[in-house]
Design a protein around this ligand. Sequence first.
Ligand code: HEC
Length: 454
Amino acid sequence: MRRIAAILPMLLSLLPLLPGAARTQDLAGHGGPVRALAVLEAAPGAPPVLASAGFDHAIILWDPLGGRALEVRRWHGGAVNALLALPGGGLASAGEDGRIAFWPATGAQDAPAGVLEGHTAPVAGLALAGPDLLASAGWDATVRLWRAGAAVAVLEGHAGPVNAVTALSRPLAAPPAGPASDAPARVASAGHDGTLRLWEPGGGGWEGRVLLESGTPQIALLALPDGVLAAAGADGAVRLIAPDGSVRVLDAGTRPVVALAAAPDGGLLAAAGLGGNVTLWSLPEARLRHTLQGPGQPFWSIAFHPDGRSLWTGGQDRRVRRWEVATGAPLGPLAAGGAETEAGPAAAAAAAEPHGARVWRACAACHALSAAPGPPMAGPHLHGLFGRRMGALADYPYSPRLARGDITWTPETVADLFTRGPDVVVPGTRMPVQTVGEPADLAALLRFLELATR
Ligand code: HEC
């Protein structure tokens, strides 16, 4: 024990020497596990924007390389289970509340641009099955297809919750498909009943059949560019179903597997599990490349960087982490940056109140401490916080609840905000659910804020 205590500071002192350590790569902002991730479509050459969704009901848009949250969107009435990047930079989200929402590319949003309602239980998966055809997987045992804001088909057959959907660009071989040229996309679904089902347009509407009976609940499903379908679930096996119907089984070494992702060029497959690691295979040969070792907590979601050289994971620890694909190593220190990297009063406050500065790391992705112009951030700057009325900054688009301004921020009211939680103190706020549990942490945070926001 004493040996470890002696070695730890030495290891920590080496951290700044590691490649990438200067930049924050972990994104802390969610108040609960990060259930879904999606990289938004960006203009060529523009930096990627990453969307994350959580059990905390929030969707956060990130500048993931800058370590900053750009926007928080809180609208779903429960956990946000699935995200889907749409052509043109938009985003679709689906939630525990049974609703599907459409979000435009940018602009602080308190309400979505469109909503699809019909599922009578949580929606767990989304896929784009054509330019204007959306497929959703519901725990109400249905797959639903939507076009122009309305349901066009309710596909029934699964004997229990449907956990995932994907669209197949190429028809599977058996039984022989019709003319391939103008054939609309086919949709595959994965069920808790252990089956994978294939849905295709037939004479009297969409028809379904069982593609695979796995005997274990299926949770994640992904169509790979070469027509192979990847499916995984409770037993930790990743099944690759080839267009000719043959099945190859890979062992993810973690169970259950809850998320699958492929690199944009289709050359890599990643599987994330609640067992706390991510397994990477190179395709098409399905050779094991790496096992990413996380912080010992479940992973819930994965997304590849558009260049395919790194990937992000979302986990139980409420963080989004970035990993290098070539080495399987985490990029940067496994802690979010904070006031230590800022200049002026924030740096001085961090030196005087290091404990508080560490607690502040949970806030740093969304709030600047100074009023100086800087890159866009999801939350208002907190300069001059104590004595400031809630919702008082003229150039920040507050939610209607904060704009009411009926609280004055003092150490006592901020303490209340993070003891009972923003969702209790100011219900309707956009700020994610979060509390600072330890009284000593809260006191340190308030001392730090007192110094750093002067
Ligand atoms: C994921 C982003 C995010 C995180 C993390 C976050 N906040 Fe916020 N915060 C916001 C947003 C967004 C608002 C504005 C909410 C609204 O308008 O409803 C806000 C508002 C506030 C306000 C009210 C400011 C005003 O002008 O009235 C305070 C105070 C605050 N946050 C403090 C904190 C502290 C302290 C932490 C860390 C314990 C923290 N926040 C963590 C996003 C975040």
